[in-house]
Design a protein around this ligand. Structure first.
Ligand code: PLP
Length: 426
């Protein structure tokens, strides 16, 4: 990607201009394997930096509290229409500022304080906002966590989930994850929810793009009531959130009220404009090709980790990410792995694994994924190479010469595959 044009910042605020240039270079020269990150198109970036940042538009299209809404209504309506088309649902709220507030608003829309919500355990792949004890949410709702039956296959313990549901009568059953690499059996979630009268919510923050590209299952096809998501991960839009409702007008209305005035004030219209642009990109056939390649690339990396007998939680991957037990397999802790990979120009994150014997600040695992490198144009052969270099670096973490050579190879790969400026033909 060529440098973004920022002439006014350069004259007025050299310190910030320098930081922007630094970040541009960091993104250009390093390999981004954090599975929740991606590169947006120039078109998304332009909308993100547009004059819509000036406008207050509390309320919803044609029901606003301030005047001057001719153009905000246009972009919000287009964003909603495209979101519904992408995910096959009747209602969308595109105002959540990010994934976490989307979840908070959803819980408050569907539950009263003290109500029970079943969610995936954080150490088994769930997210903080699924009721981790450190969150404010955990003080308000009664979160009960379920787990995998076996970290080797990744299968959820649906029998235990059903038993818990029958006993605890949850208001909401939550499916979704941040560090889980298998498909969920959505039909089972829906069947259990029906038995106990619970509402089903899928938090698809990580895999929204894969659902939009139709390369993984869509929870709505199995009868889920609500999907919450971010827009900046595999969906490749601006940093933000969204809540989708399959068909219940009652639920959709409760969610709208919960976002505004329940939780948020004025929506960020520049971000909503950027969401609309990103959804437009995701509706193009090129995006389906992109998501297919994300999966092929993850499989290529899985194959190399398998060949080196490195244990993967869930036994491998059905999506864009891999969670590898590098401590158990190589004797390298997650933090050591993250550090050495950083040194050779590969960014990923250490991650706890199911029933981890190590502490969260230096866990047994690493988590990595292919959305960003696939945006760069990597195919299976480059991903195979990257996986081999990762393993070589972890095994030789004290060998400066090997590390220098690997870093050089990574830099070369990045030079051959610059971050693209756009993905769809105009
Ligand atoms: C990333 C993520 C979120 C939170 O999104 P933010 O935009 O960081 O607030 C919520 N749920 C899941 C499953 C996620 O992966």
């Amino acid at each position: 990607m060529t440098q973004q044009s920022i002439p006014f910042i350069e004259i007025q605020d050299p310190q910030i201009a320098k930081a922007i240039r630094g970040e541009e270079l960091r993104e250009a020269e390093g390999l981004e394997l954090i599975p929740s990150e991606n590169y947006v198109s120039r078109a998304v970036l332009e909308a993100n930096g547009s004059v819509f940042t000036n406008k207050y538009s509390e309320g919803y299209p044609h029901r606003r509290y301030y005047g001057g809404q001719t153009y905000t209504d246009i972009v919000e309506e287009i964003a909603i229409e495209r979101a519904c088309k992408l995910f096959g649902c009747k209602y969308a709220n595109v105002q959540p500022l990010s994934g976490a507030p989307a979840n908070v608003a959803t819980y408050f829309a569907l539950c009263k304080p003290g109500d029970t919500i079943l969610g995936m355990d954080l150490s088994h792949g769930g997210h903080l906002t699924h009721g981790h004890p450190v969150t404010h949410l955990a003080k308000i709702f009664n979160f009960i966590r379920y787990k995998m039956k076996s970290p080797e296959t990744g299968e959820i313990d649906y029998d235990a989930l059903r038993e818990t549901a029958l006993k605890e009568k949850p208001k909401v059953i939550l499916a979704g994850f941040s560090a889980y690499s298998r498909e969920l059996d959505y039909a089972k979630f829906v069947a259990i929810a029906k038995e106990v009268g619970a509402i089903t919510v899928a938090d698809m923050a990580h895999i929204a793009g894969l659902i939009a590209g139709k390369v993984v299952k869509n929870p709505f096809d199995y009868g889920f009531d609500v999907i919450t998501t971010t827009t900046h991960k595999t969906l490749r839009g601006p940093r933000g959130g969204m809540i989708l409702t399959r068909e219940s007008e009652e639920i959709a209305k409760a969610i709208d009220k919960s976002i505004f005035p329940g939780l948020q004030g004025g929506p960020h219209m520049h971000i909503i404009a950027a969401k609309a642009v990103a959804f437009g990109e995701a509706l193009k056939p090129e995006f389906q090709e992109y998501t297919k390649q994300i999966l092929k690339n993850a499989k290529a990396m899985e194959k190399i980790f398998q060949a080196h007998n490195i244990r993967m939680i869930g036994g491998g991957t059905d999506n864009h990410l891999i969670l590898a037990d590098v401590f158990g397999s190589l004797g390298v802790t997650g933090k050591e792995a993250q550090t050495v990979l950083d040194e050779v120009g590969i960014t990923l994150n250490m991650n706890s694994i199911a029933d981890d014997v190590r502490p969260p600040m230096d866990p047994s695992g690493i988590r990595f994924g292919t959305p960003a490198i696939t945006t760069r144009g990597f195919k299976e052969s480059e991903c195979t190479k990257v996986a081999e270099l990762m393993i070589e670096a972890m095994k030789n973490r004290e060998n400066e010469m090997v590390k220098r050579r690997i870093h050089e190879e990574i830099r070369e790969l990045c030079a051959i595959f610059p971050i693209p400026e756009g993905f769809v033909k105009a």
